[in-house]
Design a protein around this ligand. Structure first.
Ligand SMILES: O=C(O)CCC(=O)C(=O)O
Ligand SMILES: [Fe+2]
Length: 337
């Protein structure tokens, strides 16, 4: 596995550390939005205002986002640093399951503003109650879960790989890291991994010889509501598009191969991803965007203390196309059913 140092030189173009003047500029726009009439984040009028205000982000930030949207680089990751987020002033890290951020805060406004400059924020009705800003926090009793509530290593996955309208990008904004400051989002990219695979293995991965289950969060939600909301588990290919620069659709916890040859190919793909993976250790005030078509992600293990100061990320999902999956959007809005 590469260490973080290996990642740095090649990443220079896609990463941005705000100057203190830019941090203040962004803080002012976020504060304006956080004060906007005490609305809820999921309120359509608030989102409209957030979309307008996203055009007032610092110029270099807009340039970085535009560059990343055009070409997410070999890693499919953009890291933004020195955002106006972090202690002092944060409440205790939430500890409840399905935690989301409904009321407008400066960190939530920062996450939404940047996400809305990248594209359209979306969420899934059956995951974390369809909230547009979700909390990634360790939950007591869920340590061993293969979800973002856990604290054991989380398997590499494309976000919501089972879903036809899975996000194009995932945003992760760090409010607090774990106590040791070492918990990392493991990131890897198909652009790097595919180069390690022989042609016959790639050929198998390009064929519909795989199926992917919904994650535990979706399953819980659908049984809760007694709805058949989860799309049929159709067989699909793991790689798609251009042979030498494919998109990827896999979750190494939830995707299974439908025959032995496919199983062997999937294992080789996992090994290739692990070989080129890097741990992106987000510290408070840092936000990563992952291109969910190219990059896959997981998380290293950490030890939660449940003392109000545990690791806390805000998560957003972004689509590039506001008409994608429109027929499945609740009231034509950002929540996908
Ligand atoms: O905790 C992390 O760094 C990532 C967790 C994750 O996969 C997610 O929230 O989608
Ligand atoms: Fe994830």
């Amino acid at each position: 596995m590469m260490d973080q140092g290996t990642l740095v030189p090649e990443r220079a173009l896609l990463d941005l550390t705000l100057t203190s003047a830019e941090r203040d500029e962004l803080g002012q726009v976020a504060a304006l939005l956080a004060d906007a009439g005490r609305r809820l984040i999921d309120d359509r009028e608030w989102l409209t205002q957030a979309r307008e205000l996203s055009c007032r982000l610092p110029l270099r930030l807009r340039e970085a986002v535009r560059r990343f949207r055009h070409d997410p680089g070999d890693d499919g990751v953009m890291a933004l640093r020195n955002l106006p987020v972090g202690d002092p002033g944060l409440p205790a890290t939430p500890t409840v399951t399905e935690s989301v951020e409904r009321t407008v805060t400066v960190p939530a406004a920062v996450a939404v503003l940047i996400s809305l400059y990248l594209g359209e924020v979306v969420a899934f009705r059956d995951e974390k109650s369809g909230a547009l800003v979700q909390n990634v926090v360790p939950v007591p009793g869920r340590e061993g879960s293969q979800s973002n509530a856990g604290s054991i290593p989380l398997e590499l996955h494309v976000e919501n790989a089972f879903h036809a309208h899975r996000p194009d990008f995932v945003g992760l904004l760090c409010l607090r890291n774990d106590h040791s400051g070492t918990a990392g989002t493991l990131v890897s990219s198909v652009r790097r991994a595919v180069r390690l695979l022989p042609q016959d293995v790639r050929d198998v991965l390009f064929q519909p010889r795989f199926a992917t289950e919904p994650p535990p969060s979706f399953r819980a939600a659908s049984s809760l509501h007694g709805r058949g909301t989860v799309p049929a588990n159709e067989s699909h290919a793991v790689l798609g598009g251009l042979p030498d620069d494919p998109n990827v659709r896999v979750d190494f916890h939830a995707t299974c191969a439908l025959d032995d040859t496919a199983k062997a190919a999937l294992e080789l793909l996992r090994n290739a991803f692990l070989e080129v993976a890097a741990s992106l250790v987000l510290q408070p005030g840092e936000m990563a965007f992952l291109d969910n078509r190219i990059a896959i992600h997981g998380r290293t293990a950490f030890t939660p203390r449940y003392d109000g100061r545990d690791r806390w990320l805000h998560r957003t999902f972004v689509h590039l196309d506001n008409r994608r999956g429109l027929a499945q959007r609740v009231g034509g809005g950002p929540v996908i059913s």
